[in-house]
Ligand binder design. Structure first.
Ligand code: AMP
Ligand code: ZN
Length: 481
């Protein structure tokens, strides 16, 4: 039997940090609203996917097994607008669908590459909305049967006044949302805040046949239908960015709980927004970045990953290029410490005798690290525990060199922490970028006549099967043997 460690998480529903209780012991069913694939993901979207990665890694390290479902929204207004450009009005519905899926496949593939570059653990399943149209139609039919939905000119709307409990997540009352929706009411709805479940097809749009005529699903129904079909009637954790609380998640609750007649999701968890230089990201402000824009500026995806993961997921985060430099420096600090601990030492060095030696110090940090992460994913505090330990151990190792057994303990704790942050590799066989950085450090050390450091770096590079050749102009060439 696996021993489960309790994990607490802020629940948007209760506005409290609560211990995660799963419907089935030790098993987490988690649903995350995935990308709308009409463009590449921006770094704000990626922040939300990184927060979900942090949550999954902490749950998994605490003994939970996770079934994670993340949908791909591959039919939606902007997708239709951008994928159908230049198509003649007489084009067949099949051809329209083909164009739409070519378009969304392209961005879906880029999305998966971004996840890989950022070492985001893949979901168990990525259902596409367009593969679940029959399930959406069935759910809408059930809602109509329960008088929770009605048809109007080939579209179907949710009848909000018949669903008690609307607003429980966002704490927005029906009246408030009504006044918000009034101005934008372009449809023929019974009530301004009734939201669309099925949209009648406009001309020149790809469509599916339905009991209400040709059309396509609304966005909210997608997540209810896929979540209920794939994860079932009880979901433990549902995640997304804070912008989805209202109306998207509120509407998901209305649809799913309206159909099921009981609570659907136990824990609603939302990640805060990312701003760029204190502004909301937008194309018009010129502060809209995708991962590839960062890579083109020479930034390694892992530095971006660490920058996001080192901030609390529930705090607004202000992205800046300066901040990325600090993340890189923090990772370097851990890597340097790791290298120090990997250097071979004489077997004759004995382990610490007495209390508060290196092993006790590691155990203290280990306790603090996990306690922070299991308390609402407090990653800044977890990292503070790690960095304080590194300073202390550096000092301690200066005073009394650690034995090889103690060094192994340190390395194993670094591996353990890297299981969450994925930013300091298990063995220091450096990437090409790291080697270049080391070579530069060696050149600088030589300029400063720090021969000891220059030699240390040369030995370390050479120990990785790399040939280093110094050139006459003070530079170095290198290649892997
Ligand atoms: P979308 O592709 O627009 O449906 O968004 C995918 C995810 O990114 C959703 O969970 C959104 O809540 C989230 N998101 C959108 N913009 C931002 C942002 N600036 N910062 C953080 N998350 C965001
Ligand atoms: Zn959703």
């Amino acid at each position: 039997m696996i021993l489960l460690k309790p994990v607490s998480l802020f629940n948007t529903l209760s506005r409290k940090v609560e211990a995660i209780k799963t419907y089935e012991e030790g098993k987490v069913r988690m649903y995350s609203c995935g990308p709308t694939v009409y463009n590449v993901a921006h770094i704000g979207n990626l922040r939300t996917f990184l927060f979900q990665d942090l949550l999954k890694r902490v749950l998994s390290a605490s003994g939970f097994s996770i079934t994670h479902c993340m949908n791909i929204t591959d039919v939606e207004d902007k997708i239709i607008r951008d994928s159908q450009v230049g198509l003649h009005s007489k084009v067949s519905n099949d051809d329209r669908h083909e164009k739409m899926s070519e378009f969304t496949d392209h961005f879906t593939n880029i999305f998966f590459k971004d996840l890989e570059a950022l070492k985001i653990m893949p979901a168990t399943i990525y259902p596409k909305a367009t593969d679940h149209i029959p399930q959406m139609i069935k759910l809408i039919e059930q809602l109509i049967c329960k008088d929770l939905a009605y048809t109007q000119n080939g579209s179907v709307y949710f009848r909000l006044k018949n669903f008690e409990g609307y607003g429980q997540l966002s704490r927005i009352s029906l009246d408030a949302s009504t006044s918000e929706a009034k101005d934008q009411d372009e449809y023929d709805r019974e009530h301004a805040s009734d939201f669309v479940l099925w949209k009648a097809a406009k001309s020149a749009e790809p469509f599916w046949n339905s009991p209400w005529g040709p059309g396509r699903p609304g966005w909210h129904i997608e997540c209810s239908a896929m979540g209920m079909n794939i994860l079932g009637d009880h979901i433990d954790i549902h995640t997304g960015g804070v912008d989805l609380i209202f109306p998207h998640h509120e509407n998901e609750i209305a649809q799913s709980e309206g159909c099921l007649g009981h609570p659907w999701v136990t824990h609603w968890s939302h990640g805060e927004f990312l701003l760029v230089e204190n502004e909301k990201m937008s194309k018009s402000l010129g502060n809209f970045y995708a991962l590839k824009d960062l890579i083109e500026r020479g930034i390694e995806p892992i530095h971006f990953r660490f920058m996001i993961q080192s901030n609390h997921y529930r705090k607004l985060f202000n992205f800046s290029f300066e901040g990325l430099k600090a993340s890189k420096a923090s990772i370097e600090r851990i890597k340097n410490f790791r290298r120090r601990m990997e250097e071979p030492v004489s077997e004759s060095i004995a382990s610490w005798d007495g209390p508060m030696g290196p092993v006790d110090r590691i155990n203290k940090a280990r306790e603090e690290f996990w306690a922070a992460l299991r308390d609402d994913l407090n990653s800044p505090e977890a990292l503070a525990a790690l960095f304080t330990m590194i300073s202390d151990l550096n000092t301690l190792d200066d005073q009394v060199p650690f034995s090889s057994h103690e060094r192994k303990q340190v390395l194993s704790f670094l591996d353990e922490t890297n299981g969450i942050f994925e930013a300091w590799p298990g063995t220091m066989n450096e990437s090409d970028g790291d080697i270049e950085a080391l070579i530069q450090e060696r050149i600088d050390a030589k300029k400063n006549k720090d021969w000891k450091r220059a030699d240390e770096i040369r030995d370390r590079i050479q120990s990785q099967g790399i040939t280093l050749e110094d050139t006459r102009d003070g530079q170095s060439k290198w290649f892997r043997r």
